[in-house]
Design a protein around this ligand. Structure first.
Ligand code: GLC
Length: 432
């Protein structure tokens, strides 16, 4: 190993997951409830990771995890020639899948800007693409009636000050100026933007990034925007990554997840989730009051991997019949079942059966009375019996009526709640 310099920075890839919520006063506090209203109702969004890394086809961390020489990496920025129509296909698929908003990487860790800016030549207009990818994306999302979000990585592997800004004050000032300038550009040049999604704040803290001033600028430019927590302020919502972990106390949260194991296109990654897994994840997020931001990693030309199209189309078919159980749903307390999970809207409980047992399904410990039940897809009434311990839905077919998950809409006489511990303690036992 002689000749290899010792690495200067010890740093794990997943530096940011769900940053702890501090609850400290900060920009946007007074308007948060209103600003988050559409976002809470939407529940389901599309994340898009697209950049020079897409054309390298080896995951968006190629530049650090394989560490090619900078000239070699920058040559890809010249040969990166996506089609202008890619974003239209992304927006159409998002709409088809039942998603209500989109979030595109405007600049990922590699430092390449997908938008036009005077602050760097390392941008889509001046390099290979020759057009403003962000503009095409914004127009495409709006054409489908979807809300528009921008992801922006604070960490930057390209900018000369991107690392030593941590130890050199002049560099920090330059880099913070540059960063605030780029954020100013994306929030000034494309009309109304609905979401700003910061990522990886390495190597600075909130003071170093001047995050309070950053967010003040953001709300001045876009008074109705919602902002995440990855510039080391609380922002409006938390961002559990690749996992579903609910926030407490009414704090908003959004779980972001890949469809395989990569955010940016990685040709060989075949670890695709099934549409059933995606639907179950979406249900879990909605049950606990959160959103689900699901990623696609378009190919070098901007087209969407076939597997992603297939999975999201299946999800879209399900959402077309079952969307009422997701959009605008309320946090839901019932959760115990061996084959189903639940969402709720007012006094209606939605039982989402993912392992269809045939003939009948039951819920133990439901503490409200069921008034009526029906299959959500097609509206066929479902018969049931109920006693103190359980409700049993009967006369069901052997084969699941819907795919990948069958939903029964259950109208109750109060807010549905479930108490399985009462069942355990009090349901009459037999003699020995
Ligand atoms: C992580 C990864 C990054 C990805 C992001 C999405 O921070 O570094 O590649 O964009 O997660 O949440």
């Amino acid at each position: 190993m002689a000749g290899l310099a010792a690495p200067k920075f010890g740093f794990a890839q997943q530096t940011v997951s769900n940053q702890a919520y501090t609850g400290k006063a900060q920009p946007g506090d007074e308007t948060r409830t209103q600003r988050l209203q559409w976002w809470h109702e939407a529940k389901f969004g599309m994340f898009i990771h697209f950049g020079v890394y897409s054309s390298i086809m080896r995951h968006e961390w190629n530049m650090e995890n394989e560490a090619p020489p900078i000239e070699e990496y920058m040559a890809h920025a010249k040969s990166f020639k996506p089609s202008r129509t890619g974003p239209r296909a992304w927006a159409k698929l998002a709409k088809r899948a039942g998603m209500k908003y989109m979030v595109l990487t405007t600049k990922h860790h590699e430092g390449f800007c997908n938008f036009d800016t005077k602050l760097t030549e390392y941008n889509a207009v001046k390099q290979g693409p020759g057009f403003d990818i962000v503009k095409e994306y914004v127009d495409a999302a709006r054409a489908e009636g979807l809300r528009v979000g921008f992801y922006y990585s604070l960490m930057d592997w390209h900018h000369p000050d991107g690392a030593h800004c941590a130890t050199d004050e002049a560099a920090r000032k330059r880099f913070v100026e540059y960063t605030h300038g780029l954020i100013h550009d994306i929030l000034s040049n494309y009309g109304k933007i609905d979401v700003l999604w910061y990522d990886v704040p390495w190597p600075l803290d909130a003071d170093g990034w001047e995050s309070k001033r950053m967010n003040e600028m953001v709300f001045k430019l876009q008074p109705e925007i919602v902002v995440n927590n990855r510039n080391k302020l609380d922002g409006d919502f938390s961002t559990p990554e690749q996992k579903i972990v609910a926030e407490t106390g009414g704090r908003a949260w959004e779980s972001c997840m890949t469809l395989n194991d990569s955010w940016g296109y990685q040709r060989a990654d075949d670890a695709w989730k099934t549409s059933k897994t995606v639907v179950r994840n979406l249900i879990s997020c909605a049950r606990d009051g959160g959103n689900y931001l699901l990623n696609i990693g378009p190919k070098p030309d901007g087209s969407i991997p076939e597997e992603s199209v297939r999975i999201l189309t299946e999800v879209g078919d399900w959402m077309a019949a079952n969307g009422e159980s997701i959009y605008g749903s309320d946090p839901c307390q019932p959760r115990r079942s061996n084959y189903a999970s639940f969402t709720r809207k007012g006094n209606t409980l939605y039982m989402h059966v993912h392992f269809w047992p045939g003939e009948y399904v039951s819920i133990g410990g439901l503490s409200v009375k069921v008034k009526s039940a029906k299959l959500l897809k097609g509206g066929k009434p479902v018969t049931f019996t109920q006693n103190e311990w359980h409700v049993k839905f009967t006369g069901l077919p052997e084969k699941a009526p819907d795919s990948p998950v069958t939903t029964i809409a259950i109208e109750c006489d109060g807010e549905p709640a479930q108490d399985n511990i009462r069942v355990r303690k009090e349901k009459p036992r037999a003699g020995v």
